[in-house]
Design a protein around this ligand. Structure first.
Ligand code: HSE
Length: 433
């Protein structure tokens, strides 16, 4: 039976893993499909320094992606370049040339996914994007197929492996944030500029996609409240432990009476929850359905497993090409239905962990309690580890359930107080996971 022919654009980590898997697992892939996936052409700016696995046979090497997307034999283009500029041109040109597209590009799909899918459907070709979120977890397939009959109430995830590595190492070793960011860079988890990971942008793009698939809404990055992990200290883990909680960069979407609340932020989560057990650079997604209740998915977020996601997408699209069944419905097709309209995180009700650093003197707690009382925020506990730096004394107040709006107003007033050595840190306590 004839082969399905592929063009691979981008030979970084994901592209190289994809080629390695296609080469090393080629026989099994052929048995599963009933025909071969043949790599016709590969493209990279530095293609002549790249070695292509011999098992792939003759492969055209080019430094110009246009050669791949216009090659008459190529049926599926894998866009593994990343970013939103050249990648967008590659995807657009592939669709214009009638090629199906497999992409690992969360940023592009979060920014332009709905338009790309609409154009692909008009062109009668397929798009697959499993590798764009949580590389090692087939979460798109779960949301689009596995549990698509359910009505999703909430989705929580640990979607950034770099942040999870950093936070769990701080937790284990009591090491400071800056040192753990450097270590993550040395290990190749974080980029030279770690901002995309530690400030939440990477996780936010992923949540855009997962929330769109889970809730059937058009979601844009600006719908999602985002806060990074840079302010978390070893001391916060000590206090969290006393409260039987830990801290994770939590990505979430949940339905409330007001609408859909979406966030990427460090949060306290009970140590008894399954998400708290997610250690190191792993990802996890927890979905709560109205009918199917809780399901949980766990795996690597990046690296070699992302190559598995790309190859599996190539296989899926190859089957669809062979079966003559291009996608007819975009996963982004739903206009805002109202029911799941994103609303401000300020509407959420949660208990909060407030961590202060102050230049110690008498009356500080009374002053802070007064501000909380003026916003009708009930105080739950005050925690203070022994400390001999009275000029920079950390302590924690936890509150009863209140709105994020009230907490934000209280924090604004507190930040003005002359004994504060830094702005107070507020983390929601996600006890209702
Ligand atoms: N930098 C991402 C992470 C992996 O740390 O999870 C690619 O999305």
């Amino acid at each position: 039976m004839q082969e399905v022919k592929l063009g691979i654009v981008g030979l970084g980590n994901v592209g190289s893993s994809t080629l390695a898997i296609l080469a090393e697992n080629g026989e099994q892939i052929e048995r599963k499909l009933g025909y071969k996936l043949k790599v016709v052409s590969v493209c990279s700016r530095s293609v002549h320094t790249k070695s292509i696995p011999a098992a792939l046979g003759d492969v055209i090497k080019t430094a110009d992606w246009r050669d791949v997307v216009t090659h008459p034999d190529v049926q599926i283009v894998a866009e593994l370049v990343g970013g939103t500029t050249v990648a967008r041109e590659i995807v657009d040109a592939a669709i214009a040339n009638g090629k199906s597209v497999v992409t690992a590009n969360k940023e592009l799909m979060a920014a332009s996914g709905p338009e790309i899918w609409d154009r692909a459907i008009q062109a009668g070709i397929n798009v697959a994007m499993e590798a764009s979120v949580c590389g090692g977890i087939p979460i798109h397939a779960v949301l689009r197929e596995g549990i698509s009959g359910d009505r999703i109430q909430a989705l929580y995830g640990i979607l950034n492996g770099t942040c999870n590595y950093i936070l769990t190492e701080i937790e284990k070793r009591g090491a400071p944030m800056a040192a753990m960011i450097e270590e993550a860079q040395r290990l190749g988890y974080a980029e030279a500029d770690p901002s995309a990971d530690v400030d939440g942008y990477d996780a936010r793009s992923k949540l855009v996609l997962l929330a769109a698939l889970a809730f059937g809404e058009k979601i844009t990055p600006s719908d999602i409240f985002m806060e990074g992990i840079r302010r978390i200290t070893p001391l916060d883990f000590q206090y969290a432990r006393q409260l039987k909680h830990t801290i994770r960069l939590l990505c979430g979407g949940r339905k409330t009476a007001d609408g859909l609340i979406l966030f990427v932020r460090p949060a306290l989560i009970p140590t008894s929850t399954i998400l708290a057990g997610v250690q190191g650079p792993y990802n996890a997604v927890w979905v709560k359905g109205m009918f199917g209740e809780d399901t949980f998915y766990y795996g690597w977020g990046a690296g070699h497993p992302t190559g598995v996601a790309v190859v599996s997408d190539l296989m899926r699209v190859a089957r669809e090409i062979r079966g003559g069944s291009p996608e007819r419905v975009s996963p982004f097709a739903h206009e805002r239905l109202g029911e799941n309209k994103p609303v401000s995180v300020r509407l959420q009700r949660r208990a909060y962990y407030l961590r202060f650093r102050v230049n110690d003197r008498a009356g500080i707690i009374a002053r802070l309690a007064g501000i909380l009382a003026s916003k009708s925020i009930g105080l739950e506990a005050v925690l203070q580890e022994p400390c001999d730096t009275k000029h920079d004394l950390p302590f924690v107040i936890t509150t009863e359930q209140t709105t994020e709006q009230s907490i934000a107003e209280a924090l604004e007033e507190m930040a003005q107080l002359d004994f504060m050595t830094e702005a107070p840190l507020a983390l929601p306590m996600e006890t209702a996971l």
